[in-house]
Ligand binder design. Structure first.
Ligand code: ADP
Ligand code: MG
Length: 275
């Protein structure tokens, strides 16, 4: 039959059938590096937002990324997560996974997730339900709609509630949480996916001092279990969590080191004076 309707064509394949299996357990970190960016450049209307940038993140490391406005920090995160493809360079997840060959959703499913500045929790749902829902992509929508949680899934929610310090708030509706609590819940929602790499953009903007301290504790507690890249302008906060700090300037790495090393580097002082 020549006029077979497209959806009846048995040779047609569908996206949901072909979905890549979750490959996050197969990331080859035998050299200790979970993320490689080499020679990455990207121009917008002739302006080089990233300029021959190279960056290496160790498996399980907590890395701080700083730099004046326009340095390229957000663009760097856009490239890692597949939102933007660079003009040149390579970006690898472990030794073997070429992120430039993957789209945004494939990269997310592979275990690289991103926390945007503005929290986007489901206000009408409870803390617990928000975490439950964020498990959805692992369970498949079909399962999420019709099956109840198994004990392993409940355990994971309990574990994440503990990590984000919100066990006592599990039945609270998310709409009445404080700004800080919403941010932690959203970090928890990302943790439900057991990401290998988490990118966190300005997590403490708008937080009280107490919330900032708690966020520092939370991010530090992830070390070794997830690789986390934190972009933040609050230098006091960065100092409280920093091991290795990368300073970005004009789309390239200006320097890397401990907080003391970079803060005393005359080149770093120079670029921040220009702000
Ligand atoms: P940062 O996050 O460090 O402040 P960005 O990565 O947001 O810096 O931006 C780096 C530079 O690239 C800025 O000058 C910005 O204006 C420019 N830029 C970023 N994204 C785009 C885009 N989509 N189109 C045009 N210019 C952009
Ligand atoms: Mg930015």
């Amino acid at each position: 039959m020549s006029n077979t309707k497209p959806f009846l064509n048995r040779y047609q394949t569908y996206d949901f059938v072909n979905r890549n299996p979750v490959i996050k357990n197969k990331v080859d970190v035998s050299h200790g590096t979970v993320l490689y960016m080499e020679g990455v450049s990207i121009s917008f209307d002739g302006f080089k937002a990233l300029n021959d940038l190279s960056l290496y993140i160790n498996d399980g490391e907590l890395r701080c990324l700083i730099g004046p406005n326009g340095a390229g920090k957000t663009t760097l995160m856009d490239v890692i997560t597949g939102k933007t493809k660079p003009d040149a360079g390579s970006v690898y997840f472990g030794q073997t996974i070429d992120l430039l060959q993957m789209d945004e959703s494939e990269i997310a499913r592979a275990g690289i997730c991103r926390k945007f500045q503005k929290p986007s929790v489901f206000e009408k749902l409870s803390v617990f339900e928000n975490l439950e829902l964020s498990m959805q992509s692992n369970r498949g929508t079909w399962v999420a709609l019709f099956a109840s949680l198994n004990s392993e899934q409940r355990d994971r929610i309990d574990e994440v509630l503990e990590i984000i310090g919100m066990t006592a708030l599990r039945f609270q509706s998310a709409g009445i949480l404080s700004h800080g609590q919403k941010q932690w819940l959203e970090i928890g929602m990302l943790l439900m996916q057991k990401p290998r790499v988490m990118l966190v953009d300005e997590p403490v903007a708008g937080m009280t001092n107490q919330e900032i301290d708690r966020t520092a504790e939370l991010l530090l507690s992830l070390e070794g279990k997830h690789s986390v890249i934190v972009v933040e302008h609050d230098m006091e906060f960065i100092r409280s969590i920093a091991k290795k700090v990368t300073v970005l300037h004009e789309g390239s790495v200006l320097t890397e080191g401990t907080m003391d090393e970079v803060q005393n580097d005359p080149r770093v002082i120079q670029v921040y004076l220009g702000e």
